[in-house]
Design a protein around this ligand. Structure first.
Ligand SMILES: [Zn+2]
Length: 637
């Protein structure tokens, strides 16, 4: 998409000229200028009651008008704008109500006819926050003590101009006494109502606001010219108590990222951290902030802190890789044009890799923890039968529906594997760069070329596959097209194993639990690497490895394991059964319920539990230790 199109063209209504409305000879809506912006006033005082009220004033001309509700949400890579959460929609002008109708094909479009003498359209609707706890920004976003506002959920915008050319003047009313954090520049605050600068729609959608009763802002680079701050809203005061170690690691994260990329593309940066067990858990990147949502005790509970360690580095990397450099197919002119996801293995895969690298370099994880996480990742991808039929490339191409795919049969269907297998692919790129240059060049050099440019303010520079290859060749000439296409388009590729070998390590299994595995599994029992089962804490079968031992015994997702070797199901019991079958010939006997029917099944498996770890492979140089070593901190491990 061409985002460099002159603002004048949009103002002249060029983009509306092709529509049926224009063919009637009727005037089109004005593009909203900086001098005549759309006013959006959001009332979040009832956020705890799970409802937001929004009021818009849109400068218009009489005649047919089409308004859009944002459909394709940046960073979410799919058409998941939460239109179903809109209620109470009403339009009026000059004191009279105006009827509306939805488009039958473009269902995020609302058509109405602006009466004569109306030049300001008043729009009111409620955004229903009663969403489930899973998903992305449309998932649960408010509790009794906090709220995360995504502006795309509370506005409509007129068809006919580029999103970057439509200006909004936003304001937000918070519950009494709540504090807030955002990258959006504030102009004034009166009581609990905050007025923000007039900004283009693109900047508004890129600038969520977190707010809460229990709130804390911490400067991560005090005394330095560019502000980096973490703004935390939590469900309790106790959850805000970040340890000095974590704060030091976040300071390191900023320093390591500056060293990696050389420049930055923001005026200042806000990590907007929401700590709650009652909101959706995910991260969403923006140019100058990230919307990071995790469990309430993530800063104060050791296991939760380890589980959460990689979230902020990943989202922070996106400021460079995803926001500044973005695949052309993802840089759409507005929120209605479909996105093309084929380069998500760069957008997300490289971010996942660099996020893991910075997590280790900043010491948010120790190098030992980082190695255990990598061991688990490689082991999981070596036991993923869906890799035998679906190429990695297709996990990106199909991302708009794979994001919504469920855990049952995930090993056979595959999911958004361009994140995790993408991490392994980029580790292989990094090791290969080091190998062919005798360790003189690395992915760090690639980042300086690919993500470099002018420092200081948000910009967008699009790319395609050839641009990635060209930047790699600039670091070290090689058949990068062949290297990448083989790993992207092939099936059953050796990427997991090779990425490890080329970085100087190899995978080994033993009976000592992997440090990261228990944390990742939560209360679930994961036996995907041994008998091929993933079981919820109550014995419900979440997933079964296609063609593995449990699959061959007839077990499928949705069944419930009632008993193991004659005893009632427990996670310990199934582990012990796997261990005792190791030295015998008797199968493991399992009773399952499948709806109303009980069945006895035999799993003929004698390999014991298998916990993955990585060990040094002396036949290759140890690049991994170099990759994980922080350069701005005194390494303690
Ligand atoms: Zn991401």
């Amino acid at each position: 998409m061409n985002l460099k199109m002159a603002r004048g063209l949009a103002m002249a209504g060029i983009f509306a000229a092709g529509g049926a409305m224009a063919s009637l000879g009727a005037p089109v809506a004005l593009a909203q200028t900086e001098a005549q912006p759309i006013h959006v006033a959001v009332d979040a005082t009832n956020a705890g009651q799970k409802i937001l009220h929004t009021h818009l004033e849109i400068p218009v001309q009489p005649g047919p008008l089409t308004l859009y509700y944002p459909e394709w949400i940046p960073g979410e890579h799919m058409p998941d704008g939460p239109i179903i959460q809109m209620a109470g929609l009403k339009f009026s002008g000059a004191g009279k109500s105006i009827p509306w109708r939805r488009d039958l094909v473009e269902m995020f479009s609302i058509h109405l006819d602006v009466p004569k003498d109306v030049n300001a359209l008043e729009v009111d609707f409620d955004f229903l926050l009663s969403a489930v706890g899973s998903g992305f920004s449309a998932g649960a976003s408010a509790t009794a003590s906090l709220d995360v506002l995504s502006w795309n959920q509370v506005l409509l915008y007129p068809k006919g101009a580029l999103a970057k050319d439509i200006y909004f003047s936003p304001s937000l009313k918070l519950p009494a006494g709540w504090k807030f954090g955002t990258a959006l520049p504030v102009t004034s605050q009166e009581g609990d109502t905050i007025s923000f600068e007039t900004v283009p729609l693109t900047e508004l959608v890129d600038s969520p606001v977190i707010s809460g009763r229990y709130y804390r802002a911490i400067k991560l680079t005090p005394g330095e010219p560019v502000s980096h701050e973490i703004d935390i809203a939590a469900d309790s005061a106790a959850a805000l108590e970040m340890t000095a170690d974590t704060q030091a690691s976040l300071h390191n994260l900023v320093a390591e990222a500056q060293l990696l990329f050389g420049v930055h593309h923001y005026r200042g940066y806000h990590f907007l951290l929401t700590l709650s067990d009652d909101v959706a858990h995910f991260g969403l990147e923006h140019h100058e902030s990230s919307d990071d949502r995790t469990s309430e005790r993530s800063l104060i509970d050791d296991a939760q802190r380890i589980e959460f360690a990689g979230l902020l580095p990943h989202e922070y990397v996106h400021s460079w890789n995803g926001k500044y450099r973005r695949p052309a197919g993802l840089a759409t002119p507005d929120y209605q044009v479909p996105m093309k996801d084929d380069l998500l293995w760069v957008y997300e895969g490289l971010t996942e890799y660099l996020g893991s690298v910075l997590t280790a370099r900043s010491e948010l994880l120790t190098s030992q923890q980082a190695r255990e996480a990598l061991a688990l990742l490689v082991a999981q991808y070596e036991h993923r039968p869906g890799r035998d039929w679906r190429p990695l490339q297709d996990t990106a191409d199909a991302a708009p529906f794979l994001y919504d795919s469920t855990a049952d049969w995930a090993n056979w269907r595959r999911g958004t594997d361009f994140y995790e297998e993408g991490e392994l692919l980029w580790l292989d790129v990094d090791s290969t760069l080091r190998m062919i240059t005798n360790d003189k060049k690395s992915i760090d050099d690639f980042c300086k070329i690919f993500h470099g440019g002018d420092t200081g303010k948000p910009e967008l520079k699009t790319y395609n596959f050839e641009d990635v290859v060209a930047a790699l060749n600039q670091v070290a000439p090689y058949d990068w097209t062949g290297f990448l296409r083989a790993r992207l388009d092939g099936v059953a590729t050796k990427t997991p194993e090779e990425s490890l070998t080329n970085s100087g390590w190899r995978l080994e299994y033993d009976d000592q639990p992997n440090l990261m595995q228990e944390i990742e599994e939560g209360g679930r029992g994961a036996y995907l690497i041994s008998i091929g089962l993933l079981v919820a804490s109550d014995g419900s079968v979440v997933d079964v490895t296609h063609d593995g031992p449990a699959y061959k015994a007839g077990i499928g997702p949705g069944m419930k394991i009632v008993a193991v070797n004659g005893a009632q199901y427990s996670a310990d019991g199934i582990r012990e059964a796997i261990e005792s079958a190791k030295n015998g010939t008797e199968p493991i006997t399992i009773i399952t319920s499948n709806g109303a029917r009980f069945e006895t099944r035999s799993i003929d498996y004698h390999g014991g539990e298998k916990y993955p770890h990585i060990v040094r492979d002396e036949s290759h140089p140890d690049y991994l230790s170099e990759i994980y070593r922080g350069k701005t901190v005194q390494a303690a491990n």
